[in-house]
Write a protein that binds this ligand. Structure first.
Ligand SMILES: [Zn+2]
Length: 442
C-alpha cells in the first residue's frame, strides 16, 4: 500500500496498487538527457552546455545522470570526466556497450557507475552483433567483474527486451544478479511494449532477481509514461527519462510527464524530492539547446496545460480547482488561466474576471455582458485585453446611465466611488494577473 491511499492528498481515492511490491512511492530517476537525449536528431551539446544541463537536472533533484559513453569520441570522454568531477549530488553514470574495451575507458573517468547494455533479441543477435546467449553470458561476466573490481556501480541491461526470448532473458538476468550487479535493466528499445506486458515482465523478473530493476521505454507508440508507471507498480525501482522525452527517433519517457504521473499518484513523495517549480526552466533550457518549441500540449508546461475554457469547467474550477485539475499549477510554479473571450464562455467565469478587475456588476448585469461577449466571439475569439476593455466600458455605461438625483443614482454613485478606489487599489494586481495570463498563453 502506498501512503497516498485515502490520505488527505490522495487525488484518486479508488487507486489501489495491485502489488505489495509496488514502488510508486519509492523510486529513482535516471536522467538520460545527456545520453539518450544526445541521440535526438537536433541534439549537439558542447561541454559548457552539458555542464549547465547537468547542474540544472541535479538542482531539480534527479537521483542519477547518465552520460554518453566515453568510448564514443574523445570529447565525450573529456566531458564525462568534467561532469563526474563537478561534485553534484546526483550519481553520475555512463552508458557503454557490454564490452571490455569500453569498460576500461569508462572506469577511468571518475563516474560512479556504468550502465552496460547488450542486445539479446534474436533480431539483434542475428543482424547486429552476431553473438549467442552463452557468449553473451561469458562476456557479461567478465565486464561486470571488472567494473565491480573498480568499486563502481554496475547495471546490466538487455536491449530490445520485449522482443527477446523470455527464457534467455531470465537466464541472463539471473546470472548477472548472482555476480552482484546493482541493477538489471529492461529496455523497450523499439517502443513496442504495452503497460500490461511491462507489468507482467517486471513482476516475473522481480521474482527472479534480488537486485534493483531499471526500465527504459521508447515512445514510438505513445506508451512510455504509462509503461514506466506500470513498471513501478510491478516493482521496478529506477526509470530512465530525458527532458521533453528527447532521444533516438521520437524519444523516451519524458521527465516532466513522468513527474506529473507520479505526482498524481503520490503528491507528497514527489514534491518532497523534486523541485517541481524548476521544471519549466529545465525544459526551456533543453528546448533552446536543441532548437525546438515546448509542445502546446506538453505535460504541466504546455501553454494550455492549465487553461480552462468551457463555461461549465470554468465555473467548477473557480469554486474548487480540484474538480477539473489533477495537478495543482501552483505546485509547479505555474498559473491557472480561465479563458473567457470565446463563445463557450459562461457568466461565472466572466464574473470572476469582473471581480479581478475591481469592477462591480450584479449577476444580471454580468449575464448581460456575457451574452455580448458570446455574440462578439461568435464572429472571432477575443483577447483578454479586448474582453477587459469591453467589461470596463460596460461597467461605465451601466453606472453612467442612471438618472441624477434618484435614490438609485445615489446608490450607484457611492458604488462608483467605491469602485474607483477599489480599482485603484487592485489595478496593479489586475495588470499583473493579465501579464501572467499573457505569459502563460504566449
Ligand atoms: Zn533508448
Amino acid at each position: 500500500m502506498t501512503k497516498s491511499n485515502g490520505g488527505p492528498h490522495s487525488f484518486n481515492p479508488h487507486y489501489v496498487p495491485s502489488e505489495f511490491l509496488s514502488r510508486v512511492s519509492n523510486f529513482s530517476i535516471i536522467e538520460s538527457t545527456l545520453r539518450e537525449g544526445e541521440q535526438f536528431a537536433n541534439a549537439f551539446f558542447d561541454t559548457a552546455k552539458k555542464i549547465e544541463i547537468a547542474k540544472a537536472l541535479d538542482d531539480f533533484g534527479v537521483e542519477y545522470l547518465e552520460l554518453t559513453s566515453p568510448a564514443a569520441s574523445e570529447q565525450s570522454r573529456l566531458d564525462c570526466i568534467a561532469i563526474a568531477n563537478l561534485g553534484l549530488k546526483a550519481k553520475i553514470l555512463t552508458h557503454t556497450r557490454c564490452h571490455m574495451d569500453d569498460a576500461r575507458i569508462a572506469v577511468e573517468t571518475g563516474v560512479d557507475g556504468l550502465d552496460v547494455v547488450i542486445g539479446t533479441s534474436s533480431l539483434l543477435r542475428e543482424f547486429s552483433h552476431g553473438k549467442d546467449m552463452d557468449y553473451i553470458a561469458k562476456q557479461a561476466t567478465e565486464v561486470i567483474n571488472f567494473i565491480k573490481s573498480k568499486g563502481l556501480e554496475v547495471r546490466f541491461s538487455t536491449e530490445d527486451s520485449f522482443r527477446s526470448d523470455l527464457v534467455d532473458l531470465l537466464s541472463i538476468y539471473k546470472t548477472v544478479d548472482k555476480l552482484g550487479v546493482n541493477r538489471v535493466g529492461i529496455a523497450d528499445t523499439v517502443g513496442c511494449a504495452t503497460p500490461n506486458q511491462v507489468f507482467e515482465l517486471v513482476r516475473t523478473l522481480r521474482g527472479v532477481v534480488s537486485c534493483d530493476i531499471e526500465c527504459h521505454f521508447h515512445n514510438d507508440t505513445g506508451c512510455a509514461i504509462a509503461n514506466a508507471h506500470a513498471a513501478l507498480e510491478a516493482g521496478a525501482t529506477h526509470i530512465d527519462t530525458s527532458v521533453l522525452g528527447i532521444g533516438e527517433r521520437n524519444g523516451i519517457t519524458p521527465l516532466g510527464g513522468l513527474v506529473a504521473r507520479m505526482y498524481a499518484t503520490d503528491r507528497e513523495y514527489v514534491m518532497g524530492k523534486y523541485k517541481l517549480h524548476k521544471l519549466r526552466d529545465v525544459e526551456n533550457l533543453i528546448a533552446d539547446a536543441v532548437e525546438v518549441q515546448v509542445p502546446f500540449n506538453n505535460y504541466v508546461t504546455g501553454y494550455c496545460a492549465f487553461t480552462h475554457k468551457a463555461g461549465i469547467h470554468a465555473k467548477a474550477i473557480l469554486n474548487n480547482p480540484s474538480t477539473y485539475e489533477i495537478l495543482k499549477p501552483e505546485d509547479f510554479g505555474m498559473t491557472r488561466y480561465v479563458s473567457i473571450g470565446h463563445r463557450l464562455t459562461g457568466w461565472n467565469a466572466v464574473k470572476n474576471r469582473v471581480q479581478q478587475l475591481g469592477l462591480t456588476l450584479t449577476d444580471e448585469e454580468v449575464k448581460k455582458v456575457t451574452a455580448e461577449i458570446k455574440a462578439l466571439a461568435d464572429i472571432r475569439p477575443r483577447s483578454i485585453d479586448a474582453v477587459d476593455q469591453l467589461l470596463r466600458e460596460f461597467h461605465a455605461e451601466i453606472h453612467g446611465e442612471s438618472t441624477p438625483g434618484s435614490p438609485q443614482a445615489k446608490r450607484t454613485s457611492e458604488t462608483n466611488e467605491a469602485d474607483e478606489s477599489a480599482e485603484a487599489a487592485t489595478n496593479g494586481e489586475a495588470n499583473k494577473k493579465a501579464k501572467v495570463d499573457e505569459t502563460v498563453t504566449a
